[in-house]
Design a protein around this ligand. Structure first.
Ligand SMILES: [Zn+2]
Length: 271
């Protein structure tokens, strides 16, 4: 693999690191992504809101937004699912029982204190995100009135609840950044992105979506931000991204062996 070139030109290279390092370095894989709703998505219900609106200064004005923590939680769950399927991180679950020792924890981070593993180290998330912003102005949300089912008697017709939804076809733009990327980490992240198919509250029945990578690159800084791409109308200028990523199964295997070494050295240094 070609080494990172001297000089720091922002678009000089799409080279990855080949190893997992404890020390942060100045290299960022940025994935400019879109989440397009195939169904209406709930923005307000009796459950916590997951899609919101926010009023930016002009020219953006009022937009639908998805907080990053919601997208991150989904991605983490999807990566963890894939890992468990392949035999990695089988005892690792959000939120209080992170194992702090699997590839998913390596990628998304965690705090030792809140994990059942009771480890005395924290892992920084290498996946950095931002608010996803709708590509177009927030149009009038569509109100959907449904019969609420009473929790106690399980009968309908006791109250009508109004669900406020974001219309189908709404497209959100967000930039996901992988700090100090290796091909294997990128493989896990991209696999999760490609399998993200639902967003919003009540997503068992609502919120089908499709997540795509529009472009990006590896830079010596965080170059792209959804806010600027939308404000300057520069989405079409985002570099196309061709990542030749390794197989997901092999990636989990390699990352697990690197994680094992990291955990071992962290524990040794703590003694
Ligand atoms: Zn884990």
């Amino acid at each position: 693999m070609k080494e990172w070139m001297e000089g720091g030109g922002a678009e000089m290279s799409v080279d990855f690191y080949t190893d997992v390092s404890k020390l942060p370095r100045a290299r960022y894989l940025q994935l400019v992504t879109s989440i397009k709703l195939l169904d209406p998505a709930i923005i307000r219900s009796n459950e916590p809101e997951e899609v919101l609106t926010f009023t930016y200064e002009e020219p953006l004005g009022e937009r639908f937004i998805i907080p990053w923590r919601k997208v991150k939680a989904k991605l983490r769950r999807l990566v963890a699912e894939r890992g468990r399927d392949l035999g990695y991180g089988v005892d690792c679950f959000l939120k209080e029982s992170l194992c702090m020792a699997c590839p998913t924890c390596l990628l998304f981070g965690g705090t030792g204190e809140t994990s059942t593993a009771k480890v005395d180290y924290n892992l920084m998330s290498r996946v950095l995100g931002e608010t996803f912003i709708s590509r177009n102005r927030g149009v009038e949300p569509w109100n959907y009135t449904a019969n609420a089912v009473g929790e106690v008697k399980h009968t309908t017709g006791q109250a009508l609840m109004t669900l406020i939804t974001v219309p189908a076809d709404t497209e959100f733009i967000g930039v996901i950044t992988l700090k100090d990327p290796t091909p294997e980490m990128a493989a896990l992240l991209v696999d999760g992105i490609e399998r993200l198919t639902r967003i919003g509250a009540r997503s068992i029945e609502w919120g089908r979506c499709k997540m795509d990578i529009l472009g990006g690159g590896i830079f010596d800084r965080e170059k792209y931000a959804a806010y600027e791409l939308l404000r300057e109308d520069e989405l079409s200028k985002v570099s196309p991204l061709k990542l030749n990523l390794p197989d997901v199964g092999k990636s989990f295997k390699k990352l697990q062996s690197e994680m094992d070494k990291l955990v071992k050295s962290v524990k040794a240094s703590g003694d």
